[in-house]
Design a protein around this ligand. Structure first.
Ligand SMILES: Cc1cc2nc3c(=O)[nH]c(=O)nc-3n(C[C@H](O)[C@H](O)[C@H](O)COP(=O)(O)O)c2cc1C
Ligand code: SF4
Ligand code: SF4
Length: 255
């Protein structure tokens, strides 16, 4: 049994959680990071293998630009695990959207989880998550999924996860990060930006129409030059921290 790990993960928390799940059982692993890579066409995942697919939650949904890339993975009644990672506000319809997408593309979802990680726009919320407690929960989830993967069953029930159809309208984040005088024009942010929004020739220059506020440029910048700034951001952060600072816990679902 080979494990295929597929994720969109701008600030690397979804990646970390998917990898922890796949590492919990010994198997050959193949990783597809579609965050900054639009080159893959259709990828067939054979029935005897397993897929772990992870997405961050953006405005309660799968990030719009991730949907098309993730749709290219096709199963042949292949068993799959769905992972949604969110910044402690809510995951709304994102996990349901992901399990629906997997079923439509030939997968049988046997386990699904919504896990909490540092909020990439408001990092004072869920700052150090996933933490040690989360890791125990993630390991337990992985172990239970592994038991289900080992069961010989032809007719699997359809997993029931939290969420509503029709899904909520996709939102568009209004906030945009900027560079300050610490920028040394190394170009790392421009090379790693998933949407190509940052000018390689002049990195402080950002195309705000292309930017999806994913936060990657902030976490990869070696000089801490990139950040969300300004009065509007500070006000929004204060309100967000007050409303969504209370710790939430992971929610997991099985067939
Ligand atoms: C545009 C945008 C929208 C977001 N919307 C939500 C949301 O609806 N609920 C939530 O709890 N977190 C939300 N977040 C936070 C991310 O889900 C969270 O930081 C996640 O850990 C990011 O995953 P990554 O590290 O793999 O990029 C949002 C982040 C961005 C950039
Ligand atoms: S990664 Fe940081 S230092 Fe490098 S170009 Fe981008 S903002 Fe400037
Ligand atoms: S410029 Fe926008 S889209 Fe590009 S990495 Fe930064 S936050 Fe993400």
């Amino acid at each position: 049994m080979k494990t295929h790990v597929v994720y969109f993960s701008a600030t690397y928390t979804t990646r970390a959680i998917c990898e922890q799940i796949a590492d919990a059982w010994t198997s050959e692993t193949q990783v597809y990071d579609v965050t900054n890579d639009d080159s893959l066409r259709e990828v067939q995942i054979p029935s005897e293998d397993v897929l772990v697919m992870g997405i961050p939650v953006y405005a309660g949904r799968i990030p719009t630009m991730a949907v098309e890339r993730l749709q290219r993975f096709k199963g042949q009644h292949t068993k799959a695990i769905a992972v949604a990672v969110y910044g402690n506000r809510d995951y709304d319809d994102a996990l349901l959207e992901l399990t629906d997408m997997l079923h439509a593309n030939g997968f049988q979802v046997i386990g699904a989880g919504a896990f909490i990680a540092r909020h990439c726009i408001f990092p004072q919320v869920a700052t150090h998550r996933p933490d040690a407690e989360d890791k125990v929960v993630i390991d337990r989830f992985a172990t239970r999924c592994h038991t289900l993967l080992m069961q010989e069953t032809n007719h699997l029930p359809t997993i029931q996860v939290k969420g509503n159809r029709p899904y909520r309208e996709p939102g568009k984040a209004a906030l945009r990060p900027t560079s300050d005088e610490a920028c040394n024009a190394c170009g790392k942010c421009a090379r790693l930006c998933p949407t190509g929004a940052i000018s390689l020739a002049n990195p402080p220059q950002t195309d705000n129409e292309k930017c999806i506020a994913c936060g990657r440029c902030i976490v990869v910048c070696p000089t801490q030059s990139r950040n969300f700034r300004g009065e509007i951001y500070e006000g929004a952060a204060q309100k967000f921290n007050a409303a969504f600072g209370a710790r939430r816990e992971a929610e997991v679902f099985y067939i």
